[in-house]
Design a binder for this molecule. Structure first.
Ligand code: ADP
Length: 367
């Protein structure tokens, strides 16, 4: 069990590339932290610095208040699980899991007890005599986790551990990982480029871009209150729709020829106070906050006419594509409303759930 803190951690590779800038976080004992961001944003570099596989250029890394910047990886009491989990092909599941303890010259009774405990937790007991090639992808991934948990480390680091699995198995392993974390109560740091994995697994998510932390928040906070355009765009599928827009004194946000009434919202007052009247902003709307339906009697001025471009059934939901001006927009609605390409329809925005961004700084504007 361990807390961890990263204080102004930077990484400059010998070739001059700065991969991480001033990374700060205090991680609580037992937290499940996920680093997420597009490829090359510095997630693995940060993880590898924590593991001790990469030197820290500057800043302080602590576990339980002890500075470990210069501590050898083997002394850090950290276990790491990689994407290509590289099991020993000639060894049984049992011996794969026992390996690190054997190296440490643990007592064979202790080793046996640890392996049986881990295999029980991971549902691997029936497979202990098999070799990796006689296992499914999910089982192999569990053995890789087993190798890490037998050591009973203070902290687990996981670098895209599920990306070699197919979508269904990934979903199942996500659930198992979450349960494993719950059971072990151990601090975990997990790296992924997949925002769904981040949302489903994390207690807190760290969103990174170009070596900089963009936001650290719970999944709920991140979805509801992204700090900036990048986070807003990165979190959520399908992504948020964005429009160049203008705030009008009379209480409207104007997108092309549309005047969307926001006069009664809290944010309208805030936009006024912050000097955004008459200014260009970026408006964000999540697909689930755009309603679209066949034209109906009693439609108000805030229900705007359009033509359906595409209707994609997802099961209980459907994605509806249409255009505002030249811009393709996606709405996510209940699939009970069936629409077809070419159909006339009306759409409206849930004005209590619109997002506003400063056009220059791309920072979110909240009330
Ligand atoms: P991520 O894990 O988010 O995909 P990485 O941490 O692997 O990103 O990489 C961050 C940046 O550092 C990238 O620009 C990458 O090209 C660079 N980088 C990674 N490893 C090295 C290295 N050994 N030498 C130089 N640059 C590197």
């Amino acid at each position: 069990m361990a807390t961890m803190s990263l204080n102004k951690i930077n990484k400059i590779y010998p070739n001059g590339v700065q991969a991480v800038f001033d990374f700060n976080i205090d991680i609580e004992d037992g937290e499940f932290i996920v680093f997420v961001g597009p490829s090359g944003c510095g997630k693995s570099t940060t993880l590898r610095m924590i593991a001790g596989l990469e030197e820290i250029s500057s800043g302080t890394l602590k576990i339980d208040d002890q500075v470990i910047n210069d501590m050898a990886p083997k002394d850090r009491d950290i276990a790491m699980v990689f994407q290509n989990y590289a099991l020993y092909a000639h060894m049984t599941v049992y011996h794969n899991m026992a390996f690190s303890l054997t190296l440490r010259k643990e007592d064979s009774d202790v080793i046996h007890e640890r392996v049986m405990w881990a295999s029980g937790i991971l549902g691997l007991t029936p497979y202990l005599n098999r070799r990796p090639k006689e296992l499914s992808g999910g089982q192999r991934q569990r053995v890789a986790l087993g190798r890490a948990i037998v050591r009973d480390p203070k902290v687990f680091l996981l670098d895209e551990p599920l990306s070699n699995l197919d979508a269904k198995l990934r979903g199942q392993m996500r659930k198992e990982l979450k349960e494993l974390h719950h059971r072990l109560g151990v601090t975990m740091i997990y790296v992924t480029h997949d925002q769904i994995e981040a949302l489903t697994l994390a207690d807190r998510i760290v969103v990174m871009k170009d070596g900089y932390v963009q936001q650290i928040a719970t999944p709920e906070e991140l979805y509801a209150k992204p700090n900036n355009l990048f986070v807003a765009n990165f979190i959520g599928t399908p992504p948020m729709n964005f429009f160049d827009a203008k705030i009008d004194l009379d209480g409207y946000v104007i997108i092309n020829a549309l005047k969307v009434d926001i006069s009664h919202t809290e944010i309208f007052k805030a936009l006024k106070q912050k000097g955004y009247f008459g200014k260009e902003i970026v408006l964000g709307v999540r697909p689930e906050n755009i309603r679209i339906a066949k034209p109906f009697k009693g439609a108000t001025k805030q229900e705007f006419p359009t033509t359906i471009q595409l209707y994609e059934l997802l099961g209980s939901d459907a994605l509806v594509h249409f255009n505002i001006g030249k811009k393709n927009v996606i709405s996510k609605i209940n699939a009970r409303e069936i629409l077809h390409p070419g159909d006339e329809a009306v759409f409206s925005f849930d004005v209590e759930h619109l997002y506003y961004f400063d056009k220059e700084t791309e920072v979110s504007i909240y009330d």
